[in-house]
Design a protein around this ligand. Structure first.
Ligand SMILES: Nc1nc2c(ncn2[C@@H]2O[C@H](COP(=O)(O)OP(=O)(O)O)[C@@H](O)[C@H]2O)c(=O)[nH]1
Ligand SMILES: [Mg+2]
Length: 368
């Protein structure tokens, strides 16, 4: 039996995880079984835990992007097929990855056509950085090479989905559609909000289409791509939080995000995405996010929890030296925990610059 493979792309913090949770619920409401595959350059993913905490079956491909871990991707999907017998696989690639049509979609169609039916490739547009990048305003706070990745992600899309329309006024949305359409004239542009669900009927309809999709092979310079990706500092860490009295988990996550945002701003490093998940021992959880240096931290999934013990996972992607980022994360967590009488004991910590992407397969032309 073939399984529908739905991958949704987009830059760091564009709304992929939120979108996939919403799509998962929509497929489930139609009686379809789903499985999710997450992906990151490092281990201990906030996203994996965010999906799992919401009762969704998830496997992860850590350590490099799907394109460089293609066989792992197929293997993880195979595990989900055994355990979940899904009708639909939802896949979330790393938000700094591009060239996915040539390295993931085409190989899946060509080598595993009997197993997978690949959906059109939708890419989410992140307004907070995207408007500045498409208007060539100082690369949206990033370097021109990181902005290059952002643009390439949109170029290979079968459809560009302007996300977060709930935060924009109607004339701003219209202007944004014109901006995107003028630079990607052959690509349909959808308007959506992963938070409210606006535009999701159209997105679901698009993803159900069959035909000549996933065929836009990029003309891409891997040196620029690799250098752009390597400009981002990456930090994944886990910590055990303990206190002799109940503490406000939501307030703690917000305080850590605010502290880190201030620190990154002072260091001059644009935030691509900071995300935190705090989980108590009964699997209740809170998620906090910051998606750029000029937007406010947000508790995207508040918990109302007052635990005495919790697990904290921090995933940070910021345009600064990863060693500095790691130091700042540990300082911010310790400082904000101390204010609430909480002791933070770091268990794991991985900081890195993403390595040069070396895809397992790369199709120079579309075969399927
Ligand atoms: N207001 C608003 N926030 C959103 C929307 N989609 C995602 N977010 C928030 O943006 C942040 C990043 O979203 P996430 O799904 O983790 O992005 P990802 O990095 O692409 O997976 C989270 O705080 C989400 O709650 C949206 O449509 N509207
Ligand atoms: Mg995500």
């Amino acid at each position: 039996m073939t399984v529908r493979f739905v991958m949704v792309g987009g830059f760091l913090g564009a709304g992929k995880t939120t979108t996939l949770v919403r799509l998962a619920r929509s497929y489930q409401s139609k009686g379809q079984r789903i499985g999710i595959v997450t992906n990151d350059q490092a281990h201990d993913l906030v996203d994996t835990n965010t999906f799992r905490a919401q009762g969704l079956a998830v496997e992860e491909v850590p350590g490099a992007c799907f394109c460089c871990r293609f066989d792992d991707l197929v293997g993880r999907v195979g595990s989900l097929q055994t355990s979940e017998r899904p009708d639909v696989i939802l896949a979330e690639p790393v938000g700094s990855c591009t060239d996915l049509v040539a390295t993931v979609i085409q190989p899946l169609k060509d080598l595993y056509g009997g197993r997978f039916e690949v959906a059109p490739y939708a890419v989410l547009f992140k307004p907070s950085h995207g408007i500045r990048i498409l208007k060539n305003q100082a690369a949206g706070g990033f370097s021109p090479k990181a902005a290059y990745i952002f643009k390439k992600q949109l170029e290979e899309a079968d459809a560009i989905v302007i996300n977060r329309i709930d935060e924009l006024a109607a004339p701003q949305i219209d202007e944004l559609v014109r901006l995107v359409s003028s630079q990607y004239p052959d690509t349909p542009v959808l308007r959506a909000s992963a938070t409210t669900g606006a535009g999701f009927d159209a997105l679901a309809e698009l993803l159900d289409q069959k035909g000549a999709f996933g065929r836009k092979i990029l003309d891409i310079d891997y040196d620029t791509y690799a250098e752009g990706e390597a400009e981002l500092g990456w930090l994944n860490a886990t910590a055990r939080l303990t206190s002799d009295k109940p503490f406000d988990l939501d307030a703690l996550l917000t305080a850590i995000l605010t502290d880190l945002a201030d620190a990154c701003r002072a260091l001059g490093g644009e935030v691509a995405h900071l995300k935190l998940i705090g989980m108590d021992d009964a699997s209740a959880f809170a998620v906090g996010n910051l998606i750029s240096s000029d937007t406010a931290p947000k508790l995207s999934l508040p918990s109302g929890l007052k635990p005495q013990e919790a697990e904290l996972i921090v995933n940070a992607r910021v345009a600064i030296d990863p060693v500095v980022l790691e130091t700042e994360v540990k300082r911010a967590v310790a400082t904000q925990c101390a204010k609430l009488g909480v002791i933070a004991e770091f268990r794991t910590s991985q900081s890195l610059r993403p390595g040069r992407p070396v895809p397992t397969h790369r199709y120079a032309a579309a075969k399927q």
